[in-house]
Design a protein around this ligand. Sequence first.
Ligand SMILES: [Zn+2]
Ligand SMILES: [Zn+2]
Length: 392
Amino acid sequence: MTDSILHRPLSELTDISFSCDCGHTHSIQIGTLAVGPGASSRVAETAKACAPRRILLVADVHTFDVLGSRVLEQLKGAGLDADAYVFPDSHLHPDASAVGRLFLEASDEKAGYSLLIAVGSGVLNDITRLVSGRLGLPYYIVCTAPSMDGYAGSSSPIVCRGTKLSFYSHYADAIFADTEILSRAPREMIAAGFGDVLGKYTALADWELGERERGEYRCALISDFMRGALETCAASAEGVAARDPAAVGHLTEALILSGMAMGLAGVTRPASGCEHHIAHYCDIDAVANHRDYPLHGASVGVAELAMLRFYEFARRDGLTDLETPSADEVRALLLKVGAPVRPDEIGISKELFSRAIREAMNLRPQYSMLRHVAAAGKLDTYADAVVKELCD
Ligand SMILES: [Zn+2]
Ligand SMILES: [Zn+2]
């Protein structure tokens, strides 16, 4: 029974709640999930159903050009009262200043906004989620790139206080992912999304490792749900590389399901493990040193290659029998879609990558392959081998 719930098409996985064999009740609270060709033409009809007083559409100069202006016309054409706030930055950062700027616009009492609609990808989604949450308003996200797995999440990573902090907020009330638009996104953004999804190989393995070694809570149903989306996405590498909308749809579904899997499980485990800890460590180091950091999924993909090698070494040395694909198989997939496979391709130095592998486990309490290897006294040996392979 519970099995069949998660086998429904994505568009039907909205407001559901069920008690699971794992002993937990899993629920999702997203109102509308529209993924497919033409999905962005459904924004106005969805907004109309909730009768908003006035809508604020949020975009930046690029996303307004690509899709935002069309969505604004669509809203006005449907008789809805809507304004746009377009960030003028050519490279918008998800920082406290951007949050503050949007807050000033969105909280304007005279305007009386009652719904925010973000048109963009990770940065605009994170900023709009946080601001709408603080204002107690619903928000929609109309995606412009399949670049990361935060669309269906509930937290926003924001650069603030000299580091990168996660602010817990709320879910989008509607997600529109138009595969015709997404398949025309910049290549590096599509490749980053693909890297973020492939990172789930070690995230899921780490989750099982945590259960075995520390008796941590794990739901096999959600793990299988995530793995299914991951395998479908991995099998679509060729189509993703060719920008085939159906293949980009598989990638987008896997990204959205990642956020949902975390929400269902109530832990980040299904979508984030040692590979995300390393990527996060590198981001924090960049912020602390006033450097720009790479696209999230690009660093996750590179870190994934290091951590898959760790799993291979650990199997060879009898530290685990958990199965993962080899680093070579995953490297071939990343190369197929044009994703980076070396730290120096994304501005991560050998020194930083080496330090990240050795120290990233201290950022998060979860048991991971990094902690497992450290406990066995092998961290330096494995790190040296991986850094030599990926950085020399
Ligand atoms: Zn469960
Ligand atoms: Zn991610």
